[in-house]
Design a protein around this ligand. Structure first.
Ligand SMILES: [Zn+2]
Length: 402
């Protein structure tokens, strides 16, 4: 199914209506956007590079722990996760547009005990919104799947009401994803609970759609966070279709895939499982474990290859007086990690079908942070350009998916 509607979105961080346009494009053309956990400007840049090289949209997401790391592990203040998450968002805002592709800025799993982190990011969104007319982040994720469904949904509704006026997307989770991530351990859960039912998904749809359309649901279908030995869990992405069909029937939707679904715990999935999930309405897939490995692996290979040049500042197999600076300069070995991670993200773009969906803009970009003292920000101008149709430098043309 290919939609004929124009799907132009600007390069750089997309929010609000542009984000809806982008995700509808993914839904209607049956591809998913990779959402990669980033813990530094280096890993974020590796994702942006992969997106630019593969003409693909990208989601850059920061976790609570990732935010704390970005701020600096030695900072030692209680709201370090907010400070770091906001810092990473500003970095991405400053550079994303120059890469010429649409970028979704997202925050990852937020359990009930981490709600102060969520509140802090929303405050940063509000501050940015008041200046530039759009939120700092494109979307946030609330994960209250550990709580009873009624409480999960009620808290999501409460937050969604705060987010809707700024047109911030909400991703929520219902049902339990196994494994361990950011301190939440579901390794010993009853296997039956690893599958969300169509009724649970519809209950979420029913409650959130009364507030607004900008939400997506992570429904568990036997997925686990992290890589486990095969055979421990059986992934059933075909169950996602029953969610779509049930909600379609309940709301009499003309769409075959009325719900925006997202996939967590996709590391280690087979290509077949991924393509079934995407065919059933998954428009975003989280990638963390596999890109963590790729980042490390790039450095591992670099060190193994150049070990004899990395044992001291001076002296290597070429001579006792030879300097090794070009080997131990962080720009060398961190770059090896970035290249490896970039290649891994590119592989995900291929598997998820997002590769080639947006032609990289060849026009020069501009930063999206803006300056309030000099009139409207570039971010505001970007939106205005799209509305007025005069933004030759901002519109990205959709290329037909191969
Ligand atoms: Zn999850």
């Amino acid at each position: 199914m290919t939609t004929q509607r124009p799907h132009n979105v600007p390069a750089g961080v997309v929010t609000g209506d542009d984000l809806v346009t982008l995700l509808e494009h993914a839904r209607d053309n049956a591809y998913a956007i990779p959402a990669v956990n980033c813990t530094s400007s280096s890993s974020a840049n590796a994702c942006l590079e992969a997106a630019a090289k593969n003409n693909s949209p990208i989601m850059i997401q920061v976790s609570n722990g990732g935010g704390t790391f970005v701020a600096g592990k030695g900072l030692g203040v209680t709201d370090a996760s907010v400070i770091g998450s906001v810092a990473l968002a500003y970095h991405v805002r400053a550079v994303a547009k120059y890469y010429g592709i649409p970028v979704v800025l997202h925050s990852d799993h937020c359990a009930k005990k981490l709600l102060p982190w969520f509140d802090g990011m929303l405050a940063a969104d509000k501050e940015y919104f008041d200046k530039f007319g759009e939120p700092l982040f494109s979307s946030h994720m609330l994960d209250l799947s550990e709580e009873p469904d009624e409480e999960n949904i009620a808290i999501c509704v409460e937050y969604f009401k705060k987010m809707a006026p700024m047109k911030i997307w909400l991703e929520m989770e219902i049902g339990i994803t196994g494994g361990e991530e950011d301190g939440v351990n579901n390794e010993d859960i009853d296997p039956e609970k690893l599958y969300t039912t169509p009724e649970q998904v519809y209950a979420v749809y029913d409650a959130l759609s009364k507030v607004g359309p900008m939400f997506s649901i992570a429904a568990a279908f036997g997925n686990v966070h992290g890589v486990y030995k095969p055979g421990n869990v059986s992934l059933s992405p075909e169950k996602l279709l029953t969610h779509q069909e049930y909600t379609k029937k309940m709301i009499s939707s003309p769409l075959d895939r009325p719900i925006f679904l997202v996939m967590h715990g996709g590391s280690g999935s087979t290509d077949q499982e991924i393509s079934t999930a995407v065919a059933n309405g998954v428009i975003k897939m989280n990638i963390d474990t596999d890109t963590q490995w790729a980042y490390w692996d790039g450095m591992r290979v670099f060190e193994a290859k150049n070990r004899a040049y990395l044992q001291g500042q001076i002296g290597n197999p070429d001579g006792a007086e030879k300097p090794n600076k070009k080997y131990y300069d962080p720009r060398t070995w961190i770059r090896a990690s970035e290249v490896s991670m970039c290649n891994r993200v590119a592989l995900s773009m291929e598997k998820l079908g997002s590769k080639g969906t947006y032609q990289r803009s060849s026009e020069p970009g501009e930063a999206q942070i803006g300056n309030t003292s000099k009139g409207p920000s570039s971010a505001v101008l970007v939106s205005a350009g799209v509305i007025l149709g005069v933004g030759a430098s901002i519109a990205l043309n959709l290329v037909k998916k191969k």
